[in-house]
Design a protein around this ligand. Structure first.
Ligand SMILES: Cc1cc2nc3c(=O)[nH]c(=O)nc-3n(C[C@H](O)[C@H](O)[C@H](O)COP(=O)(O)O)c2cc1C
Length: 168
């Protein structure tokens, strides 16, 4: 598939069929996550996969939306703050930049396999930490529901290139 087709096909899926994901597809997606670049190659991330009834029940309490509960799998993408690179010149930590790249690898790889995903950041972080008893230095940043889409690809609504690019 041409890359432009892949990125056009990837869209936020907010309804999933109850069909489970093939283990092979999930392994492929996670391998694409593993290969993501990161600042100074620190790889300051950890991914928790919720697929059991117990873990799905917990994660669904962290983002109370009917559509979210249709996903047969949710991945909790976390930054490990102890491992992230911090830019010396201004003290900016780069863990969230690194994690975002890995999460988009996840979403695009899933799209290639015919699976749907959605970035979810508007969740209850504190509740997630408590319910999953996450270590102190691990920050959950994104929840990614993943599964077989039960909706059509949505239209892209994006700013025009001329409004976001400046030639210097
Ligand atoms: C960082 C980030 C956070 C997001 N958080 C949420 C969210 O909490 N809930 C949700 O339904 N969609 C969320 N989205 C999805 C966006 O609404 C969506 O990507 C955007 O509207 C563009 O649509 P598309 O993904 O279908 O191309 C998030 C997307 C990003 C990149």
């Amino acid at each position: 598939m041409e890359f432009i087709d892949l990125v056009t096909q990837r869209c936020s899926i907010r309804n999933y069929s109850s069909k489970n994901i093939d283990r092979k597809d999930l392994d492929y997606v996670m391998e694409c996550v593993r290969l993501a670049p990161s600042a100074v190659n620190r790889q300051p991330w950890h991914f928790y996969i919720c697929e059991t009834p117990e873990s799905l029940h917990k994660v669904r309490q962290c983002y109370l939306r009917e559509w979210f509960a249709t996903a047969p799998c949710v991945i909790i993408a976390c930054v490990c703050h102890e491992e992230e690179w911090i830019r010396q010149s201004d003290g900016r930590p780069h863990g969230i930049v690194d994690l975002s790249i890995a999460v988009e690898h996840l979403c695009l790889a899933a799209t290639e396999k015919g699976l749907g995903t959605c970035w979810v950041c508007n969740f209850d972080v504190q509740k997630t930490k408590e319910l999953f008893d996450l270590p102190q230095n691990i920050e959950p940043v994104v929840l990614i529901p993943i599964g077989h889409p039960e909706m059509d690809i949505s239209e892209k609504n994006r700013k025009l290139l001329e409004n976001i690019v400046t030639e210097l």
